[in-house]
Write a new protein. Sequence first.
Length: 278
Amino acid sequence: MRFIVLILFLSISNAYAICKPSMFRSKIVVAGGSITEIVYFLGMEDKLVGVDITSNFPKKAKKLKSIGYLRNLSIEGILSLSPELVLAEEDIGPPIVVNQLRKTSIDLRIIKEKYDLNGIHNKILCVSKILDASLDDNENYVKFKNKFNRVKKLKKNNSKKILLILMMRGSSPVVAGKNTSGQGFIDMTGHENSMSDLNGWKPVSSEEIIKKNPDYIIITKRAFKNFSSLDQFVSIPGISSTIAAKKKNIIVKDGMSMLGFGPRTINVALEIDKKIGD
């Protein structure tokens, strides 16, 4: 029992340390699209001096200097911007760069990620605390809380089976299994992940897709670019035999807005709810 209490205490203490106000926030670099989105959400974008290439929303963020890809950063690229504070998602890498950053005077905050509704809210709260940005009169936050409460109620009496495709690997779709942002997103909509018996993002065979027979298929825009039309997509082996293909229950969504678990993810969950219904 004492061990459990100690672990809980350390967890709470660590969360506080990560989210406590930073004394250095006049020059900020962000590694992670959802955090860049939150910085703009909070109205603190004037402090940004650089972002990574996953930071593609809002569009004006793409005009900032780039530090490269979130998981493959270079210490030189970050230091060249002379930031005081680096806000990062947990996927920041490689580890050697993270260790190098920790040895500098830069305030590095790696924000905890949890792929659920509360995880989005907690991420917003954490970044707002770090930047000492008040939420009391923030119109974006008022709208967010309204949508947050609506998404909390998205529990279905007649849930549909959903197949979520992230990308194509050759002719095989790479789909969301459990312990993924895709699973978390489907859970938010109140529906069922048809591939929840898989762990992680996995390529699947046509036979497996036929066996699971999803009612709806959600595919990212990135993956859908492999096809010239909806008709071509629904005609591929495996997909063509599903209820989703036969009824053309195919939903194409921007991957980052849906799976980034920033404020926009809630918007997409509500859009999916409207599309599928009860």
